[in-house]
Design a protein around this ligand. Structure first.
Ligand code: TXA
Ligand code: MG
Length: 333
C-alpha cells in the first residue's frame, strides 16, 4: 500500500479522505495538539486496524473525535455539569473528556470500559474532516506505539508510511503535546493525563480537581505503558544547573557517547562534534518542539539525550511529566 498526502483545503482531497473512512480505511489528520490516526469509530474492523498498525496494546482505549455537540450526544449517555462547563469553555480545543458511554460505542474503542473519551479538536482541517464525515473518528496519536507523538505530516510518514491510506497535510501542530484528559464521571473530576491545557486553566472553570494520585494512574490505561519516549536514553538535569550539565557532558565525552542537549535557561555553548545542542527561548517553545527534537536525535543516532528540567507550573507541569516518562529506564516485561 502507498500512503498518499492529501490537502485538506482541496475539496476533492477532503472527499477522498471521507470516502476512505466510510470504507473502513485509515486517514491520519492534524489537530492543534498532535496528529491523530483516524478511523470510523463505529466500525470495529477499522478500529482494530488502528491498534494493529500502531502496535497498540488492546487494553488502551481510544479517543473519539467529534465535530459538534450533536456528535457528543451520539456516544455519551449523559453529560454531567462539569463536563458541560468545560466543553463550553474549551471546545473545540485540546481537552478530552471521559464520560459514561452509550451502547453504540464498540467495545474495541473503549477497551471494554464503560466510559468513552471524547474530544472536539480545533484545527480547521480536523473540523472540516469531522464535519464532512458527520460521525465519530477515533484518533490515537499517529505514531508507532511507544514512539514520540507526531507533530508534522512527515513524522506520521516516518512511522506509518505504507500502512495507512492517507495523511491530511496540516503543517506543524500548534501545541506539540497531547490533549489534557479529564474524567468527569466521579464526584470530583480527575486529570488522567496532563496535556496542552493546564491544571490551572481547568480549575479556573470547575474548581479543584484530583491530580496525580496512584489511584488515578490505575484509572488511566494509557499511562501504564512506556510512552512519549525517544529510542535514546534520556537524563534530566535540574533547572539552571550548568555545572551538572557540563559534568554530564564531560562524562559522556569520555565514553565517546553522542549527546543531544535540550535546554532553555542553561548556556551550554554551540553544537560541536558529538554534541548537538538545541536551546529554546521559552519552555512554551520547548513544549512545542519536544517530540520533534526527540525524533531528530533518534535520526542522528544520538546515544544520550540530556534535558534541562523546568518549573512545574502551567505547561511546565505537562513538560516535566513527558520528560520524566522519557527518562524512565525501559522496563523488561
Ligand atoms: O491530543 C490528543 O489527545 C491526541 C490527538 C490526536 O487528539 N490523541 C491522543 O490519543 O493522544 P492517544 O490514544 O495517544 O491517547 C489517549 C489517552 C490514553 O492515555 C488513553 O488511555 C486515554 O486517553 N483514554 C482513552 N479512553 C479512555 C477512557 N475511557 N478512560 C480513561 N482513559 C482513556
Ligand atoms: Mg499516543
Amino acid at each position: 500500500m502507498t500512503t498518499h498526502l492529501l490537502d485538506p483545503n482541496i475539496r476533492e482531497d477532503l472527499e477522498r479522505a471521507v470516502d476512505c473512512l466510510r470504507g473502513g480505511g485509515l486517514v491520519a489528520f492534524p489537530t492543534e495538539t498532535v496528529y491523530g490516526l483516524g478511523a470510523d469509530a463505529l466500525n470495529p474492523e477499522a478500529v482494530g486496524r488502528v491498534f494493529a498498525v500502531k502496535g497498540r496494546p488492546a487494553d488502551n482505549p481510544l479517543i473519539v473525535h467529534v465535530g459538534d455537540q450533536k456528535g457528543v450526544e451520539r456516544f455519551v449517555s449523559e453529560m454531567p455539569q462539569p463536563a458541560i462547563a468545560l466543553a463550553e469553555h474549551f471546545w473545540p480545543g485540546p481537552l478530552t473528556l471521559v464520560m459514561e458511554r452509550n451502547d453504540l460505542v464498540p467495545d474495541v474503542v473503549t477497551a471494554g470500559l464503560d466510559t468513552v473519551a471524547i474530544r472536539m479538536p480545533r484545527h480547521p482541517a480536523a473540523l472540516a474532516l469531522l464535519k464532512a464525515f458527520d460521525g465519530g473518528i477515533v484518533g490515537p496519536s499517529a505514531n508507532i506505539s511507544g514512539r514520540p507523538s507526531p507533530t508534522s505530516a512527515q513524522h506520521v510518514l516516518q512511522d506509518l508510511s505504507g500502512k495507512i491510506e492517507f495523511v491530511l497535510e496540516g503543517g506543524v501542530t500548534e501545541y506539540g503535546l497531547e490533549s489534557t484528559v479529564i474524567d468527569v464521571t466521579t464526584a470530583t473530576p480527575a486529570m488522567l493525563r496532563r496535556g496542552a491545557l493546564t491544571e490551572e486553566e481547568i480549575e479556573r472553570v470547575i474548581g479543584t480537581i484530583a491530580v496525580g494520585t496512584p489511584e488515578l494512574e490505575r484509572r488511566s490505561p494509557g499511562m501504564r505503558h512506556r510512552h512519549y519516549a525517544p529510542r535514546s536514553r534520556v537524563s534530566l538535569i535540574p533547572r539552571g544547573d550548568r555545572g551538572a550539565m557540563l559534568a554530564m557532558l564531560e562524562q559522556a565525552r569520555r565514553q565517546s557517547l553522542r549527546c543531544g542537549v535540550l535546554c532553555h535557561s542553561i548556556d551550554v555553548g554551540e553544537s560541536e562534534q558529538n554534541v548537538r545542542v538545541i536551546a529554546f527561548a521559552t519552555i512554551q517553545e520547548l513544549a512545542r518542539k519536544l517530540y520533534a527534537s526527540f525524533r531528530l536525535f533518534d535520526d542522528l543516532g544520538i546515544d544520550l539525550i540530556i534535558a534541562e528540567e523546568c518549573d512545574e507550573a502551567g505547561i511546565g507541569a505537562t513538560l516535566m511529566d513527558r520528560l520524566r516518562r522519557a527518562a524512565e529506564p525501559v522496563k523488561l516485561p
